[in-house]
Every structure is written in C-alpha cells, then in structure tokens.
Write a protein that binds this ligand. Structure first.
Ligand SMILES: Cc1cc2nc3c(=O)[nH]c(=O)nc-3n(C[C@H](O)[C@H](O)[C@H](O)COP(=O)(O)OP(=O)(O)OC[C@H]3O[C@@H](n4cnc5c(N)ncnc54)[C@H](O)[C@@H]3O)c2cc1C
Length: 458
C-alpha cells in the first residue's frame, strides 16, 4: 500500500494529542475496510484516532476546510462496506473512545462510541440492568457503529432494535459543530426527532461521539428449544405458527449449509441431514417459560419436526446460541461469500426461504441461509470460488435475484446491516424517486460539501 498525497497535515497534527494522527501506510492498513470483503478499498491520507469530541471536531474542521472526505469508523465489523475507505480520505477512528457511565437510578447509560456492545452490556449488568440489542458480533462491534447502522440481533424479535434504546447523542456535524440531541429522558417530544434521524445514518450525516441509551432490568435466564426439520417449509411454517400466538425472546433459523458449516467447526453433534433448524428461547418467568416452550415444542412437532430438544440449563442453551453466532465465520471458511440482509414481513418468510432455494438450484450456486426468523430478516450468503471465472458473476446473479425476490415479497434490501457501499445500487429502486430525493435533500442540508462518508448509501 502506498500513501496518497494531500494538503499538509501539520495543522491537524498540531490540533490533536500526540500520536493521534497516523500516516504510516502499514499502520493505516487495519483501518481501510470492514468485514464485508469490499473489493474497492482505497488508501487514506491519514487516520485520526480520536479520544474526545473535540478531537473529532478538529478532524472535521480540517477536512471541511480542505474538502477532504471523512470516513467514521467504529470497530470495522460492518458487513456492507460502510467504513471502506477511498483514496485520500481521513478515517476518524472512534476505537479509543470507550468510557461507559451507567446511571442505575434512571436506567440509562452514557457511552462513548468506541465501547463494544458487550462492554456496555457488562457495565449495565453490574447494576442488575440490561442493554438488549445483541448483534451476533456483540463481542467485537462498537456501540457507535451499532447506533450508526441501527443494528439488530438475536433478541430483537422480543426486545426491538438499537433505535428503540437510543435516547440521545452528541454528534459532530459536517462543519465541526457538536450538537447534543435528546438525553436521559424516557419521554421528550420537543422539536423534530433528530436523534432518530442520526440512528442508522451510517456516518453520512454526522460523527457520533457519545450516546445515551436506555437500560431495562436484567433478562431472566432463558429456556432454550432446538428443533430440526426435514424440509424448509416445515421449519418456516413453524416460525409462522409460533409468532402468530407468542413472542419468544429468540427465534433463529439455520439451513442445512449453515448447520454443516457450524458442525464442521464445532463438532457439537448438530443433525447434518436436517434441511433446517430453529433455535428458540423464552425468558418468561419459570412457569410461563416452561409452558411457552411446551407450546412451541407442540407446534414444531405438528409441523413434522424430526427432533425437538429443550433445556433450562443456561450454559447448554448458550452453546446453541453460540453455534448460531458463529454461522458467518463458519460459512466464510467455505469460500468467498456475498452476504445479503434481506428482510420480509414474517408472513412471507416461507416464500423468501423457499424462493432462495429455487435460485440456488437454478444457478447451481451454494447459498447458506441463516435468519433472525422471528423478524423475517434473513442473511443468505452466496458462496463461490474466487478462482473460478464463473464464480463471481454467478454469485452476483444470485445476489440480484434474491434482492428482487425480497422486494417482490414486500421486503427490504437491508434489515440491519445498512446500505453501505455494497447495497447502494439497490437503494433508489427500493425507495422510489420521491423518497430517494427526500433522503438526498436531508443529506445535502446537513453535509453540503458531501464530505461525510461519501460513496456510502447515496
Ligand atoms: C460475524 C458477524 C455477525 C454480525 N451479526 C450482526 C447482527 O446480528 N446484527 C447486526 O445488526 N449486525 C451484525 N453484524 C454487522 C456489524 O457488526 C454491525 O453492523 C455493527 O453495528 C457495526 O459496528 P462497528 O462498530 O463494527 O461499525 P463499523 O463497521 O466500523 O461501521 C459501520 C458503519 O457505521 C459508521 N460509523 C461507525 N461508528 C460511527 C460513529 N461513531 N459515528 C458515525 N458513524 C459511525 C461507519 O461509517 C459505517 O458506515 C455482524 C458482523 C459480523 C462480522
């Protein structure tokens, strides 16, 4: 990697603490891409490792003065190329800003953006409290990145997504002004809902330097049920029957490819012949959880489950949840992947999953499907051999057809990972001209120079 040229960085270096500005190409290499395998990453002019809101302001002011692109970066676990860099940009890395202050009385936490989600959860747990949103990347994604992508996760089927817990934030705007929006109040309707505007804005409207999050009482230990099915329709039919009358705290789906990828990795004895597997949890009080799990077992059996197993042992339950969390790294071992994040109304989950199977068969390409099934949010990974000249084009064709299928079912092109750079081409068609224009008006009002994460989303 060779360095790119730009204006003198001396004023920026002077305005920031010692060693905050990195320009050594080798040291910058780890800040160039996220986990999406975006093939088109460039070389930044510099990486600013911010340690305060003032540091971020200094970086933004310098960039605004020189018309330089800024790429905000949390932990780089994103899956849509949201923090991929372009040549000559400045990466604003928030990984050094990790303070977490819990207020156990008002059930809120103020966190700096670089703190990992798991660290926020752990700090809340010390006070008997819980921050629910739990992306599978919980151990290595930042809370700022979660807010910037409106991250989802496994317990969202019952507890909602990141946006449901964001009460306020401090955000640095494109001209370097820092504004504080919302705060530790459960109710606040003064002015426009600007806090929510920044949730899910993927670094394109401002750089978040502090968040105020809502906490709730600690989750009760969950009972876990695992069911396997000989057909995909039986598995998705069970999901629909469960969600029709219940709201479990987790309802995840893995198809045969995922089951086998995880089994290769863990040797935990998963049924390699099953077409699909559900992992369901109930965190209701003991007796209610038992009755919920019994009802879910009955539903799975009525839908021809080949095996239904349940446990109240939290460690055993956690082993199944962990199996679900490692699906993506396990599938990544099978080859290059193109990962989707399409979501549909849960009533159309069967159509989506069965439709993906048809696409996979017709194009003769492996598609591994894991889903936050209770939310209708699926992650089909199209697996291909990068050495095969037909591999990438066929995978792309499958990717496009899956997007089209999801949209035709009333679904979205991204349920939780964000548009980033990799799904950008799909956004105008999905939103339609009027809503796309409205998005662009807001973007240009807040970032007239287009220096905040240009190339992402819009
Ligand atoms: C194995 C694996 C499993 C995953 N599972 C899930 C899952 O279940 N649910 C889910 O939602 N996601 C999941 N993800 C995706 C990813 O972890 C989330 O999108 C996460 O929210 C990204 O956080 P990050 O700190 O890594 O952000 P980054 O990747 O660094 O950035 C993501 C986006 O946010 C912007 N950004 C980051 N920090 C800030 C900030 N402070 N201010 C403004 N903009 C900012 C970036 O510019 C970029 O556009 C998974 C990823 C992996 C690798």
């Amino acid at each position: 990697m060779t360095a790119t040229s730009g204006p003198s960085l001396a004023p920026l270096i002077q305005a920031l603490p010692e060693d905050a500005v990195i320009t050594d190409p080798d040291k910058m290499d780890g800040y160039r891409r996220d986990r999406s395998h975006d093939p088109e990453v460039g070389v930044p002019l510099a990486v600013v490792r911010a340690s305060s809101t003032a540091d971020v302001q200094a970086a933004v002011r310098f960039a605004a003065e020189h018309g330089i692109a800024l790429v905000p970066r949390g932990a780089g676990s994103g899956l849509s190329g949201g923090s991929s860099v372009m040549d000559g940009c400045i990466v604003v890395a928030l990984d050094g800003m990790r303070r977490i202050d819990v207020d156990p009385v008002s059930h809120t936490v103020v966190a700096q953006p670089g703190a990992f989600n798991a660290e926020v959860k752990a700090a809340a747990a010390e006070h008997g409290l819980w921050y629910p949103p739990d992306p599978s990347s919980v151990e290595f994604c930042s809370i700022g990145g979660n807010v910037a992508t409106n991250a989802g996760g496994l317990c969202c089927v019952k507890y909602g997504v990141t946006s449901d817990y964001v009460l306020g934030m401090t955000v640095v705007l494109a001209d370097g002004t820092a504004v504080t929006l919302g705060g530790p109040r459960l109710k606040d309707v003064a002015g426009l809902s600007l806090t929510k505007l920044f949730v899910g804005s993927e670094g394109t409207l401002g750089i978040i330097t502090e968040v105020v999050l809502r906490l709730i009482p600690a989750q009760r230990p969950a009972s876990t049920l695992v069911a396997t099915f000989a057909t995909l329709a039986d598995a998705t039919g069970s999901v629909l029957a469960i969600t029709r009358s219940m709201r479990p705290s987790m309802l995840e789906f893995m198809d045969k490819v995922c089951i086998n990828a995880v089994e290769d990795h863990t040797r935990m004895g998963l049924d390699r012949h099953a077409a699909g597997m559900l992992i369901v949890q109930s965190d209701e009080p003991e007796q209610f959880a038992a009755s919920e799990i019994t009802r879910i077992s009955e539903i799975c059996r009525r839908n021809s489950a080949t095996e239904v197993y349940s446990t109240d042992d939290p460690d055993e339950g956690e082993a199944f949840v962990e199996a679900r969390r490692i699906v993506l790294p396990a599938v990544e071992k099978m080859g290059a992947i193109m990962l989707e994040d399409v979501g549909v109304p849960v009533s159309r989950l069967s159509d989506l999953v069965l439709g993906i199977e048809v696409i996979s068969r017709e194009l003769e390409v492996t598609v591994a499907v894991v889903a936050h099934a209770g939310d209708g949010n699926t992650h089909p990974s199209i697996v291909y051999d990068p050495a095969d000249p037909d591999g990438q084009p066929t995978a792309q064709a499958a990717f496009d057809r899956i997007m089209e299928l999801a949209i035709s079912l009333g679904g979205t092109i991204t349920g939780e990972h964000g548009v980033g750079r990799l799904k950008k081409a799909w956004l105008p068609g999905y939103l339609g001209a009027d809503v796309m224009a409205l998005n662009q008006k807001i973007k240009s009002a807040l970032d007239p120079q287009n220096i905040l994460n240009p190339g992402a989303v819009y």
